[in-house]
Design a protein around this ligand. Sequence first.
Ligand code: UFG
Length: 329
Amino acid sequence: MKVLVTGGAGYIGSHTAKRLAEHGHTPITFDNLSTGHRALARFGPLVVGDVTDPAALDAAISAHRPEAIVHFAALSQVGESMQRPELYFRNNVGGTVALVEAALRGRIGTFVFSSTAATYGIPSHVPILETQAVQPINPYGESKLACEMLLRSASAAHGLSCTALRYFNAAGADPGGLIGEAHDPETHAIPLLLMAAAGKRAGFAIFGDDYDTPDGTCIRDYLHVTDLAEAHVRALTLSGAARFEAINLGTGHGQSVRELVDAARAVTGRDFRVEARPRRAGDPPSLVADAGKALDLLGWKAEHSSLDHIMRTAWDWTNAPANPLHNRG
Ligand code: UFG
């Protein structure tokens, strides 16, 4: 199957493109390269274009005739979204509107959407089921929830088949050393820890050690990006017109920031300075998925997401020559 992968030059997009190719599909990457990297778009054709540009989308669709869309292209920094909410609504919601319209013009009926656990906000219960109330606490989460609402309505109105995959914490890298996470600026805990281990940063700050958790630091459900990629390929096989599903992707197990620090030190064999700082605004104490729906509907569960494997592959990528940020301090 030919699959249009918007944001295919980004972190999760590039891993999904690789997995699609491994399953015999043809990923067509559509990416404006604003946060993605040309070097990560290596598993099929690359079309450089912006997802908010209807003409660019139409041109890509008529040139390549994809049968399905996997939509990653979006801005994803929570902090930035608090400063510039309009940017998040224009890019994330505007881009999804333009893409749905282009899908309808191009008669593409299958849509897989990159959503997030940020749609839940501060959960009333952990592990989180998809039936729990969605109450995002930042514009990033709001923009993703707005996209989900559009997809739900568009699937009913136009007979599309839409799946929104709500990721918990994506982490790790493909073991081949050619693709991985390359955000600039980087805000995520695991790459920041490993940059500290590599001597590229002075140390690591734990954002809050006074939470109501066993060791006082926040708990997250870290999922290897290879597992995440596989779930997208499976979601493409969910069929049925006028169908919308939101599905959590996580392991069902949480790890604290202190456990990440210990794992980073163990895997790298390096010590580095760690200090507790005040809490970061908007961080819920604990986010862990109930991943039962993914097992039921996709036959999917995490298989590569031990913290050791996540940390090992992320460490290899930190030092990989192919990493676009490799030579930066
Ligand atoms: N953390 C630190 N120090 C750092 C960076 C992070 O202690 O320097 C902590 C955070 O406070 C949090 C945990 O490490 O408790 C994980 O933080 P990340 O920034 O790696 O990830 P988040 O859980 O904040 O964010 C992720 C995705 C977002 C998504 C969110 C909720 O990156 O896109 O999950 O689903 F919105």
